[in-house]
Ligand binder design. Structure first.
Ligand code: CTP
Length: 412
């Protein structure tokens, strides 16, 4: 297969132990027909020799801003690349890229390019979890950089934890996806999926409502990921698609607009009747004014006493009437005791999965482009998905769903 035929890929390799795996990534990119230009940092050459890449890649290794034949190698590389891939990406390179600092040919190329960039972090768990690194990754993800991995597993020195470079196969597959040349995933073809998104609005009077901070980004990410994988999707939402594309929703997604919990409950129950997968990503208000005023409440009349009543619990009623074989996914927006609260919601609402997040965490939850979640399954499995774009979170959760439907209990 030569799915990357004709694609010019700058393969940036920075100085971590995982640099040896970049050799395999280089070979796989070449096998896929890509034109690979290796750019190594000085640190990378401590772990792997440039001769190795010279022998395997399409062009010789470049390392310096000044010693190459080309007087402006970073602009040439950045402008002519179809994709810049950094694997492994160390905390230093990630930090420099996020801060816009060009300290060597690789970071200069990253800043000079307008091509899609794929960053594959690899480092020790303590470094990966450092707030500075997490912040830099979130910054890059918010700018549209594709973050792949890291995986959890055995690390250099025998430690276990998050920080392992994604496998060469996954890295090359990610590049193909980013360049839209890989085999399209169609593992949800024929499935009907219902997603809810946004925060409901419960009117107090014609101009005021009880609402919440939900942006709908995670819900739309689920809808578009499922549609991209072949599902036919209905999104029941209180908000337009957020982001630069405005209300332009991916094909394969039907939008049903609602405002209140009551409207969302009715529209979702209707759409969910024949659905294979239902994803309750909306932040549904728990209380609503019993008797919203018909005209605007006036200040001069004093502070209103607003009597509240509970809204319908949409997830719980879907859970109670779930058709055979349907997979029901709920969310848990928490501010503390995430795992315990999520487990209680899983049991209490009849869901097959709860996707829980700490909405107070930096760069995760409401309105961010990134998220970090804990997925609990009703059979007791738990799976954490580290900080990544909301689309990648959707991808990871749908991977579990697809594996479940295929009767496989393996968790990637
Ligand atoms: N949910 C729902 N209907 C409601 C409230 C919540 O369907 N009236 C769904 C949400 O869409 C989410 C899950 O239930 O999938 C959990 O929502 P969350 O707000 O985290 O929890 P609550 O059940 O509202 O409980 P609490 O606010 O006490 O944490």
């Amino acid at each position: 297969m030569t799915s990357l035929a004709g694609k010019r890929i700058v393969l940036g390799v920075s100085g971590g132990i995982a640099a040896y795996k970049a050799v395999e990534i280089c070979r796989r990119l070449m096998d896929e027909g890509a034109h690979v230009i290796p750019v190594l940092t000085k640190g990378a050459t401590r772990f792997v020799g440039r001769t190795t890449f010279d022998a395997l890649a399409s062009e010789r290794v470049q390392m310096s801003l000044f010693d190459e034949d080309d007087p402006i190698p970073h602009t040439t590389l950045g402008q002519t690349a179809d994709c810049v891939l950094v694997a492994p990406a160390t905390a230093r390179v990630i930090g420099a890229y996020a801060a816009g600092i060009s300290s060597d040919l690789l970071t200069a190329t990253l800043i000079a390019t307008r091509a899609p960039v794929v960053v594959c972090p690899a480092m020790h768990t303590e470094m990966w979890e450092h707030p500075a690194v997490a912040h830099n990754i979130a910054t890059l993800a918010e700018r549209g950089v594709h973050i792949v991995g890291p995986e959890s597993g055995r690390l250099a020195g025998g430690d276990e934890g998050a920080g392992r470079l994604s496998s060469p196969a996954d890295v090359v597959a990610a590049v193909s996806r980013v360049l839209d040349v890989g085999e399209k995933r169609s593992d949800m073809a024929g499935l009907s999926v219902v997603v809810t998104a946004g925060g409901t609005r419960e009117p107090i009077d014609p101009v005021r409502y009880i609402g919440n901070h939900s942006s709908g980004k995670q819900g739309y990410a689920f809808a578009e990921e499922a549609a991209g994988r072949g599902a036919s999707v209905t999104i029941v939402t209180t908000v337009d698609r957020p982001g630069p594309l405005g209300a332009t929703v991916a094909s394969g997604v039907t939008v049903v607009r609602v405002d209140t919990a009551e409207e969302m409950a009715a529209a979702t129950a209707d759409a969910a009747k024949d659905a294979d997968v239902v994803i309750m990503a909306a932040a549904v208000a728990d209380f609503r004014p019993v008797d919203p005023a018909g005209v605007k409440l006036k200040k001069r009349d004093g502070v209103p006493a607003i009597e509240l009543e509970p809204t319908p619990d949409i997830l719980a009623s879907l859970g109670a009437s779930k058709p055979e074989g349907q997979i029901l996914i709920g969310f848990a927006a928490e501010t503390c005791d995430v795992a315990d609260n999520a487990a209680a919601k899983l049991n209490g609402k009849g869901a097959d999965y709860i996707v829980a997040n700490d909405v107070t965490a930096e760069s995760a939850g409401f309105a961010h482009d990134t998220n970090e979640v804990l997925v609990l399954a009703s059979d007791g499995r738990a799976h954490s998905v580290g900080l990544r774009s909301k689309r990648q979170v959707a991808q990871a959760v749908l991977d579990l769903v697809v594996a479940d439907r295929d009767g496989r209990a393996d968790v990637r």
